[in-house]
Design a protein around this ligand. Structure first.
Ligand code: PRP
Ligand code: URA
Length: 206
């Protein structure tokens, strides 16, 4: 289930991100702003619950989000998305999943996992700016489901058709939100036209 979040403000930020001369501090701010701009679309169908609401004048009914929200950045680049989501969902818990692509095989290798004990009752939002081969997102979702998660959605900045197809094959019921769909992958698994290595650009490790 693919949702392309096509918005002029996001598109303008993304154009600046693609520029190799965009420095790390500016890159981080732009990724954070894009993340915040994506939040309404990513969360629009979260279940609501009716709650009593006391105003200064009377009691009426209000709404709250039905389930706890857990944000799950895939390390490292997912951290770039985290603050923009937390800015708008400050009560969310945060789980971390560490995956790094093996540069030769392009397969993700797991190195860290820490999450709240109770995943089954929560809505999880998996965060990673880059959906390239899809290996990392597919493995992260499999890991979270094995740990008990039942409701997962995935938010990315750039998606390649190869990654979208891999997600659809492995986890067809997981909604995928992306700000842009790029052309293809190169022979090193990088997204074209892309923006390079998101983790390196976020954290200045080029
Ligand atoms: C990048 C990116 C994704 C992954 C996407 O991470 O942040 O997690 O590659 O590629 P895939 O769809 O082909 O799996 P990387 O493994 O380079 O680690 P990093 O974030 O620590 O740089
Ligand atoms: N990971 C990145 O950071 N960039 C790509 O283009 C592909 C995977």
């Amino acid at each position: 289930m693919l949702h392309h979040i096509d918005h002029p403000l996001i598109s303008a930020e993304l154009t600046c991100l693609r520029d190799p001369d965009c420095p790390s501090h500016e890159f981080r701010q732009r990724v954070r702003r894009i993340a915040s701009l994506m939040v309404p679309a990513v969360t629009a169908d979260l279940e609501r619950t009716v709650v009593p609401c006391q105003t200064p004048l009377e009691i009426t009914s209000g709404e709250s989000v039905a389930r706890p929200i857990i944000l799950v950045p895939i390390l490292r680049a997912g951290l770039g998305f985290l603050d923009g989501f937390l800015d708008l969902i400050p009560h969310a818990a945060v789980a971390h999943i560490g995956l790094a692509r093996n540069e030769k095989t392009l397969l993700p290798e797991s190195y860290y996992l820490r999450h709240p004990t109770e995943l089954a009752e929560a809505d999880l939002i998996l965060l990673d700016p880059m959906l390239a081969t899809g290996g990392s997102a597919v493995q992260a979702i499999t890991t979270l489901m094995e740990a008990g998660a039942k409701r997962i959605r995935f938010a990315s900045l750039l998606a390649a058709p190869e990654g979208i197809a891999a997600m659809d094959a492995a986890h067809p019921h997981v909604p995928v939100f992306t700000a842009a769909i790029d052309r293809c992958l190169n022979d090193k698994g990088y997204i074209l036209p892309g923006l390079g290595d998101a983790g390196d650009r976020l954290f200045g490790t080029i």
